[in-house]
Design a protein around this ligand. Structure first.
Ligand SMILES: [Zn+2]
Length: 273
């Protein structure tokens, strides 16, 4: 199904139908980290009485109100709240929405979950069939939600709509996760419903581009190390020239992850905030 959603949306918290069962609302939390804002999703089947909310994002009342109004206008109550990962731009709305609806929070991180997710779990409610894929890399607790019936995948910040996401976990984990997501579209195209940036009709093209960027950075680090540049600071200065203070720690972590990948050592995951 072609995707015909204006991007960026005209305003935050405006619902837009993206696929047969996915409605999009942009959270009003645009920053240098979140780009236009975080993508919140309502998953529901027309004619059924319940839906799932993926990544309510911020706890801004007007956004949570918009989510509830959108659900109500389609005849849905909220049957579950799914969180792709426990970062400040995706998870904080979940407890608020839980209070408002009584629906359980599903997440990989037990600290925020009523239902702790594991790889391979299936969430089957209201005619929806959602498979949980543990896809660490951006963060250790990142999961993607695969809707096999309509061949779309919600990737959180593992794969973004336009840019390569920051890497707070290990590069090996990220590359494995990217491979798994790519394998979904081995036979037919898969629609990408990312955590930031536009929904796109071909997940493979996006994943390939991101993996290529990671490999290019890895090659750059390898070349510099060979030339005798082995300190994180100078490596970061060369690979990310002009990186601002906000993104400097993420850039340094990406360089460290590449270095550790090259020497085969595990990298300690860090939290975004
Ligand atoms: Zn995010």
């Amino acid at each position: 199904m072609p995707i015909d959603v204006p991007w960026p949306p005209r305003a935050p918290s405006l619902p837009a139908v993206v696929t047969r069962s996915a409605v999009h609302l942009l959270a009003p939390n645009a920053t240098a980290w979140t780009y236009e804002g975080t993508n919140s999703w309502l998953l529901g089947i027309p004619g059924r009485s319940g839906c799932l909310v993926v990544d309510p994002g911020t706890q801004e009342p007007r956004h949570l109100d918009a989510i509830l109004t959108t659900a109500r206008s389609r005849g849905w109550t909220v049957a579950g709240i799914l969180v792709t990962h426990n970062h400040d731009d995706h998870a904080p709305g979940a407890p608020e929405l839980r209070r408002a609806t009584g629906a359980p929070v599903y997440a990989y991180d037990a600290a925020i979950a009523d239902v702790v997710l594991a790889d391979g779990d299936r969430i089957r409610v209201e005619g929806l069939d959602v498979e949980v894929l543990h896809t660490p890399g951006h963060s250790a607790d990142s999961v993607s939600f695969w809707l096999p019936r309509e061949r779309s995948v919600l990737t959180g910040d593992t794969i973004l709509g336009r840019r390569a996401s920051a890497l707070f976990g290990s590069l090996a984990d990220f590359l494995t996760s990217a491979d798994r997501l790519r394998a979904l579209s081995r036979e037919e195209p898969v629609t990408l419903l990312p955590g930031h940036g536009p929904p796109l009709p071909d997940a493979t093209a996006v994943i390939d581009r991101v993996v290529e960027v990671r490999h290019r950075r890895l090659d750059e680090v390898a070349r510099l190390v060979e030339a005798g540049v082995t300190e994180i600071g100078p490596l970061t200065d060369t690979i990310y020239p002009g990186v601002d203070d906000l993104r400097r720690p993420a850039a340094e972590h990406a360089v460290r992850a590449a270095l550790d990948h090259l020497i085969g050592a595990p990298v300690a995951p860090v939290h975004q905030h």
